[in-house]
Each structure stands twice: as structure tokens, then as C-alpha cells.
Design a binder for this molecule. Structure first.
Ligand code: UTP
Length: 486
């Protein structure tokens, strides 16, 4: 059936659309209209009409022609956090109460996992959705499988079902779903896994502010950032689905961190139970490795919890130290959060809480709207707009942060080589496994620099934490240079 038979004719509406586009200086999107076949015309009109056209001029003025900078706060203080050691004098807290509260929340079926997996993963350069990347240090299991095993193990431990919401993008949604299908959902029940694509934003020509055409009949677009998850969760029906299942809180993590504890009772318990937490949005932090590590930092900007880019932190503050020698601004962001369903709905539903956009200038191939020629730029030519999830923190009534150990929970795979690469992630997976094995008396061979002289990986099916290793089948000895999947 042709599109023109199933939908109203677009010829009559095109004049009005052309007028609306002319009014916002984007009429070039219809440059090739006359030569497009009916199907392509429909594609183009659908894409243009999905945009919030009236909002485009402001976006262009603010973010494409302008380069907004958040106003410099009068005061910038380190954000307070719950230290990893609950008996720390700086801020003692009751870890067993937090853990118990988290466990009963999970056991009651009120927790879901939420993974943002809509990114383009361009730095890694992997051909496919990043969640399919073989990340296991020894097993080469894909990231999605590593998380699925964590969820399955938590389900067994707490005798419950933990639904898993996965945000894809229009670019990787079909591939992600078929990967899960081909892998039989890694042993999960397919009804507990919910996929939904995030929204996209048009990519703008950095010079003119005109929306770029990817082809004569399609706009150049990019996923609208992990902060697009609030809108996508609500508009896809995912939050309604959560409510129908009795889910009240989500455990949020990124697709590229194989060390994350998908369901963490201690963190969830602190999120709902800490006296200074509104139970809306909580975060984990890892101590910065050195003063100039390129990582976002939790801080209080004029008293409000905020994330500051490492590049925006003045050098003297980046290097400032506490009396005990630790860095004053130490709280790096591993992108692990807990959020209530009600908070997600509020951020999306109330325009007063709308998240800002952030601009990035990137290379985007496109079609020249004047000549129809394909353009493959050698320099960044386009402004992409994204929203970031952490901008929601300051909109929560009171948001808390829990310190965690990098080796325990943060081994991201971002780059093909160097920092945050498959190699560094494998080293961290090994280091964590070595540490856990040492607690049950397994000797770990180490190099002169102290790093393990072996490759180790502990599956969540074996242990979610070191105590689970008691009674597990473990290697009696580990030879230098050997690999072990436990
Ligand atoms: P990154 O900021 O690392 O971006 O995403 P990326 O797109 O994956 O990778 P690069 O920058 O192109 O190399 C952090 C997390 O946020 C998700 C990613 O999938 C990853 O889990 N994300 C990012 C989305 O879900 N949607 C987006 O639009 C952007």
C-alpha cells in the first residue's frame, strides 16, 4: 500500500509547512521537495513535523550562534558526601540500616534497573550498539550480558523480579532488540526487559544555524543525550509500566561500565532512608585520581548541588587540599544514580524543571542544500545539542551522594585505547577480582609495580560481593600470566 493511500495527501499541507519553515529561517529543508518521490516526501514531512518548530529560533540564538556559559557562581564548595567508610569521623552513618532498607525495597519488587544505551559510542568506534561490546576481561561477555547476570543474581538473592528498562536510540533500537532475541535475553524473562528509543535533536550548521540535511529527504539528527531519558521514560509509557508493576525507584547506570553493581541495596537504602535525602535522586561518587583528572565533579554552586566540568574548575580549586592532604574537590562522577519514578515524572512534566541543553561541535556529513552535493567535512562543522541527566540533581528536594571505590564499581569503556578503554577496564575487573579472592585466601601473583600478574573476572552469577565467594568453587592457585573466569 502506498503512503499516499494510507495517510492524508501532503501536497495541500506543504505550502503551510513551507511558510512555517520560512518564518524560522529553515525553508532549505524543503530544497529538494520537487524531485522527491512520494515516500521520501512523507519521510521528510514526518521528520520536520516531529520537531518543535516554534522552539528552533531560540535554540539557534542561544546555543548555535550563542555559546551559553552557566553564570559563574558566587560560591563554589565541594558537595558533601557519605564516605565509603561508615565509621569515618568526618560523617559517620548507619550502613546496616541502609542496607536493610535497600534489601526490603528490592525484595518488595519496588526497584527496577534503568540503563541508558542510546549513545553513539563514537570514541570506542565499535560497529554496533555499545552494549553488545565484548567487555568481560576473560569471558569477553558483552556488556548487556554482564548486567543481565547481575540482575539475575539479585533476583535470586532477593526472591523477586527486577524489571530492566533499556533506553536505546532510533539508530540502535532494532539492533539492540535483535541482539537480546538472539541471545535469549541472557536467561531473563523477556517480559521483564523493556526497550524504548530516546528522542533526537536536529544537528545545526555551526555557521548559519540551519538544520543540516543528512540526505535530500532526511534531517541530520543526534540522540538528545542521556538527559533525554526523562522525556523518553514518560512518553514511551515506561514510567506507567513501572507504576503498573509496583516499581517506585530505578537504579540508573550507563551501558559502558561492566563493574557497576546493577542493584545495590546499600545505595538504594541510603537513597530512600538517609535523613537528608528526599528519595528523589541520589548519586555515587568516586574520588578523583589526581587534581586534573578529566571527570565531572559534584559541587555546591551557590548552595545548589551541581556538576562542574573539570575544565571549568579553576586551577587553584582543582589543586586545593583539605588539612588531611586529600583533594578538596574530590567527588568525581561515575554516572550511577538512584531515582524515584515520581521524580522522573516531575522532571518531565513540569516546565519549571526542564533541563538545559549542552552544545558540542562535531563533524557531521550532510547534503549541501543549495547544490545537492554530499559534504564530508574535515573540520567540526555542526552543533549537536544534548541534555545531561545530572542536571536533574539540583532539582530534587534534597539529593545525597555516596562515595564508592573506583576499583569496586567504575571501569568504563569509552575509548578504543588509553584511558577508560577495554584494556583499563580489564585491569580494573582483574584488580577487583584479585581483591575479592584475597579475602578468601587465594594468593594472587603480582608484578613488581603491585598490579596482578594475571587476568581475572568474577561473574555476578558466582558472587555479587566478596562474602558470596565463601563456598564457591575457586582456583587453588593462580599462576603468573594465567587467566581465570570465576
Ligand atoms: P557518553 O557520554 O560516553 O557518550 O555516554 P556515547 O555517545 O556513548 O559515546 P561517544 O561520546 O560518542 O564516544 C554515556 C552514557 O550515556 C548514554 C550512552 O549510551 C552511555 O551509556 N547516552 C549518551 C544515551 O543513552 N543517549 C545519548 O544521547 C547519549
Amino acid at each position: 500500500m502506498s503512503t499516499s493511500e494510507s495517510t492524508p495527501p501532503i501536497s495541500t499541507a506543504i505550502d503551510s509547512l513551507r511558510g512555517r519553515l520560512r518564518a524560522i529561517d529553515q525553508e532549505h529543508l524543503l530544497s529538494f521537495w520537487e524531485e522527491l518521490p512520494p515516500h521520501d516526501r512523507r519521510t521528510l514531512v514526518d521528520q520536520v513535523e516531529a520537531l518543535d518548530l516554534e522552539a528552533i529560533p531560540d535554540l539557534v540564538t542561544t546555543y548555535v550562534r550563542g555559546q551559553p556559559h552557566a553564570p559563574t557562581p558566587d560560591t563554589l564548595e565541594p558537595a558533601p558526601f557519605y564516605p565509603q567508610d561508615p565509621s569515618s569521623k568526618s560523617r559517620p552513618w548507619d550502613a546496616s540500616a541502609a542496607r536493610a532498607a535497600g534489601e526490603s525495597l528490592i525484595r518488595a519488587g519496588k526497584v527496577a534497573c534503568f540503563t541508558v544505551a542510546g549513545g553513539q559510542g563514537s570514541r570506542l568506534g565499535y560497529d554496533g550498539p555499545k552494549g553488545c561490546y565484548p567487555a568481560g576481561a576473560v569471558s569477553r561477555k558483552p556488556l548487556f550480558q554482564i548486567f543481565a547476570e547481575g540482575i539475575l543474581a539479585s533476583q535470586r538473592e532477593y526472591e523477586t523480579t527486577i524489571p530492566w528498562y533499556i533506553m536505546t536510540s532510533p539508530l540502535n533500537d532494532a539492533q539492540t532488540r535483535s541482539f537480546f532475541d538472539s541471545q535469549h535475553y541472557f536467561g531473563l524473562d523477556r517480559s521483564q526487559v523493556v526497550f524504548f528509543p530516546q528522542g533526537v535533536m536536529p544537528s545545526f550548521d555551526a555557521g548559519s544555524g540551519r538544520i543540516l540535511l543528512a540526505s535530500k529527504s532526511t534531517l541530520a539528527t543526534n540522540p538528545d543525550g542521556h538527559g533525554g531519558s526523562f522525556r523518553a521514560l514518560v512518553e514511551s509509557g515506561a514510567t506507567a509500566d513501572m507504576r503498573a508493576r509496583g516499581v517506585e525507584h530505578v537504579s540508573y547506570f550507563q551501558v559502558d561500565n561492566p563493574l557497576v553493581r546493577a542493584v545495590n541495596p546499600l545505595f538504594l537504602g541510603l537513597h530512600i532512608g538517609a535523613p537528608d535525602s528526599s528519595g528523589e535522586m541520589s548519586s555515587k561518587m568516586v574520588a578523583k585520581r589526581d587534581p586534573h583528572e578529566p571527570v565531572g565533579l559534584f559541587c555546591l554552586a551557590d548552595g545548589t548541588l551541581d556538576m562542574i566540568e573539570y575544565s571549568d574548575l579553576p586551577k587553584d580549586l582543582a589543586e586545593a587540599r583539605n588539612p588531611d592532604g586529600s583533594l578538596r574537590f574530590a567527588a568525581g562522577n561515575p554516572a550511577i544514580h538512584a531515582m524515584s519514578v515520581a521524580f522522573i515524572e516531575r522532571i518531565h512534566g513540569d516546565p519549571r524543571f526542564a533541563l538545559p541543553f549542552h552544545r558540542a561541535v562535531k563533524k557531521v556529513s550532510h547534503v549541501d542544500p543549495d547544490t545537492g552535493d554530499a559534504v564530508d567535512p574535515s573540520e567540526p562543522n555542526a552543533v549537536k545539542l544534548e541534555r545531561f541527566v545530572f542536571d536533574a540533581m539540583g532539582r530534587a528536594g534534597s539529593s545525597i551522594i555516596l562515595e564508592t571505590d573506583r576499583i569496586e564499581e567504575f571501569g568504563p569503556i569509552k575509548n578504543a585505547e588509553g584511558n577508560d578503554s577495554p584494556q583499563t577496564s580489564a585491569q580494573l575487573q582483574t584488580e577487583r577480582a584479585a581483591r575479592w579472592l584475597a579475602t578468601v585466601g587465594v594468593d594472587i601473583p603480582r608484578r613488581p609495580d603491585g598490579t596482578p600478574d594475571c587476568l581475572l573476572e568474577i561473574s555476578a552469577a558466582t558472587a555479587l560481593e566478596p562474602a558470596d565467594l565463601a563456598g564457591a568453587k575457586l582456583p587453588t592457585s593462580i599462576e603468573p600470566g594465567s587467566s581465570h573466569l570465576i
